[in-house]
Write a protein that binds this ligand. Structure first.
Ligand code: FE2
Ligand code: FE2
Length: 186
């Protein structure tokens, strides 16, 4: 006999009615909520550190080639802030609290806050950070599997944007003239 795909409607309704204080989190939630919340808070810390690093680079970018690069840094900073907000929203939906305590951010962030001095340093540091983010989002997605489709979809959407960011930075690095790309050589 074929396995029944859905619970019968009476059971579904009964389960939805129980624990209504849990909001979006129902008995059908299959993931380990504490672990998912921890993962989402780490992603949040990563995004905030990325906002700060991109903002710093946006204001500090200087030189003849700075304008296009700075514009890209600002665009990325704003998109990382958007990711931070989406993650915070999902954390609260799951009954958690977004950890925005400045003292915890650097410790939990997967990417680093590196200031860099030249335009090239900044581009490279941001590319490294994006590559870290790509790896960690991919791992989170694999961990969640099919146990929390909404968190998974959010992480997949963010991952796609981080991949675009990495590609943008790679293109900028490639299009900078050779003398800018080798700033430390005489
Ligand atoms: Fe992001
Ligand atoms: Fe990014």
């Amino acid at each position: 006999m074929a396995k029944k795909f859905l619970s019968d409607i009476k059971t579904l309704r009964k389960r939805a009615r129980a624990h209504i204080e849990k909001g979006a989190v129902t008995d059908g939630y299959r993931a380990k909520r504490d672990t998912v919340l921890k993962i989402l808070n780490e992603a949040l810390a990563t995004e905030i550190v990325c906002v700060l690093r991109y903002k710093r680079h946006y204001f500090m970018a200087s030189g003849i080639h700075a304008q296009a690069v700075a514009a890209e840094f600002l665009e990325h900073a704003n998109e990382e802030q958007g990711h931070a907000d989406q993650l915070s929203e999902r954390i609260t939906q799951l009954g958690g609290a977004p950890d925005l305590n400045p003292q915890n951010l650097a410790a939990r962030s997967h990417s680093e806050y590196v200031e860099g001095t030249t335009l090239i340093d900044m581009l490279q540091e941001n590319l490294v950070a994006e590559r870290v983010a790509i790896e960690s989002y991919s791992e989170m997605i694999r961990y969640i599997g099919d146990k929390d489709p909404t968190s998974r979809r959010l992480l997949e959407e963010i991952l796609a944007v981080e991949e675009e960011h990495a590609e943008d930075l790679k293109t900028l690095l490639e299009t900078l003239p050779h003398e800018v790309r080798t700033p430390h050589k005489a």
